[in-house]
Design a protein around this ligand. Structure first.
Ligand code: HEM
Length: 419
């Protein structure tokens, strides 16, 4: 086991997926980048996969069409994959979504959803995100303390995407509960998660069915309207699309806010700069700052699964047909070959083509919404609660040990109570 305060010694491959690793994976990633940049490892689920940790290799792999997103390309026989957690193993229609499919199906579905999920729709949503943010802060501002994950970072993206999709207000708390179950037990008891997924799917299916006869000004209605050369989304496709928008858009944004606030606490000089610039009414440092927080400690540690459809070489390693490849975005974004002083948080960094939103045809569809939520959340917190501080010693914070996402379980804070 490596000492997390120093770079592990050459020769000993660091132990991955331990508690220490979940707390601070960056020393292990530095070791891998240097010594085994394309590294075959056994995951906690027992599945063997390649980890790609250098920026140049990562970027190339993300855009390589020989790496399929379709789990059917996984080499291990289906019966051995029952418990891997690889999305799409259950053949549910729900799993036939953007992150699990390749061109030409991906091209068609992405084109259709892009017609509904437009930058204009996101821009028009700005006042609603601000109102939701203020409403959530109002609920704890008088108390002088809060758990920023449960009371703020978690509900904000759920309510935001529910509103955007057109889920009626009175049903949004159900989504909050289902999503909470999915986050809390992501790698744990499948029963509760499976039930939550099923409830969400049933609800979304019925909502889409209802909206067909009563189209409104919301994303689900636009998904139903969207057509391409006469091609429409089927109801099943629209349900899977609404589900992936929720699923891809909530835990990521929770962790953008949680990891972001945490990074600012750990880097007080940068935080003061940001607060001063917000007080002066500037938005430039906020915009570059949120990108830098994504690079420095982003929510998506590893891009989602890819499988080699033919033998190929990445970083000099031969990858066999059917081998799973995991691109480690968090490692690539700290690569000194690409970023100056990669382990330093510099909110004004401009040469910052990070991979936090992925790259290539699966580049995050929700990036404009994530940016809007991240910027609004951080700016409003720091402006309304300027003396916000961590309420527990930093070493007592607990990180979730999931495979794809990186985030805190709780983030207890205190501040001067507001009346
Ligand atoms: C894809 C990151 C927020 C919807 C991705 C990918 C990454 C990513 C890395 C590519 C995965 C891969 O190639 O394997 C993030 C981060 C977010 C965020 C860091 C927040 C800070 C959102 C939001 C939404 C969203 C708010 C929607 C409301 C999607 C969708 C895809 C995707 C639909 C699949 C696109 C495709 O396969 O064509 N995201 N995401 N994301 N994201 Fe995000």
């Amino acid at each position: 086991m490596h000492d997390q305060s120093s770079t592990p010694s050459v020769g000993a491959a660091p132990e991955l997926f331990t508690w220490e690793f979940a707390t601070d994976p960056y020393p292990a990633y530095a070791w891998l980048r240097e010594n085994a940049p394309v590294h075959r490892t056994r995951l906690p689920s027992g599945v063997e996969a390649w980890l790609v940790t250098r920026y140049a290799d990562a970027r190339q792999a993300l855009a390589d069409q020989r790496l399929s997103k379709n789990p059917a390309h996984h080499a291990e026989p289906a019966h051995a994959r029952g418990k891997t957690g690889i999305p799409g193993e259950r053949k549910a229609e729900l799993m036939t979504h953007l992150l699990n499919i390749d061109p030409p199906d991906h091209t068609r579905l992405r084109r259709l959803v892009s017609k509904a999920f437009t930058p204009r729709r996101v821009a028009e949503f700005t006042p609603r995100v601000q109102a939701l943010t203020d409403h959530l802060i109002d609920a704890f501002a008088g108390r002088g303390e809060a758990d920023l994950i449960h009371e703020f970072a978690f509900p904000l993206p759920i309510y935001a995407i529910c509103e955007m999709l057109g889920v009626p207000r009175e049903d949004q708390d159900d989504f909050r509960d289902w999503a909470g179950m999915m986050i809390r037990h992501g790698g744990g008891p499948r029963g509760g998660v499976a039930r939550s997924v099923k409830q969400m799917r049933t609800y979304l299916g019925e909502l889409i069915h209802r909206k067909r006869d009563d189209l409104g000004d919301d994303l689900i209605s636009d998904l139903i309207r969207a057509s391409d050369h006469g091609d429409h989304l089927t109801e099943g496709e629209a349900t899977a699309m609404a589900f992936i928008l929720l699923f891809a858009g909530f835990e990521t944004t929770v962790n953008l806010i949680g990891n972001g606030v945490h990074s600012l606490f750990m880097n007080p000089v940068q935080r003061e700069r940001l607060q001063a610039s917000l007080a002066a009414g500037e938005s430039g440092l906020l915009a570059t700052g949120v990108e830098e927080l994504l690079r420095y400690d982003g929510p998506v540690e590893l891009a989602t699964w890819r499988f080699a459809t033919e033998p190929l070489t990445i970083g000099g390693e031969r990858i066999g047909t059917g081998d799973p490849v995991l691109v480690v975005l968090a490692a690539a974004d700290r690569d000194p070959e690409r970023f100056a002083d990669p382990d330093t948080l510099d909110l004004s960094r401009t040469d910052n083509q990070h991979l936090g939103y992925g790259h290539g045809i699966h580049y995050c569809l929700g990036a404009p919404l994530a940016r809007l939520e991240g910027q609004t959340a951080l700016a409003t917190l720091l402006t309304r609660l300027p003396d916000l501080e961590l309420a527990v010693p930093a070493q007592d914070l607990r990180w979730r040990g999931g495979l794809i996402m990186r985030g805190l379980r709780t983030l207890p804070v205190r501040f001067t109570a507001q009346n």
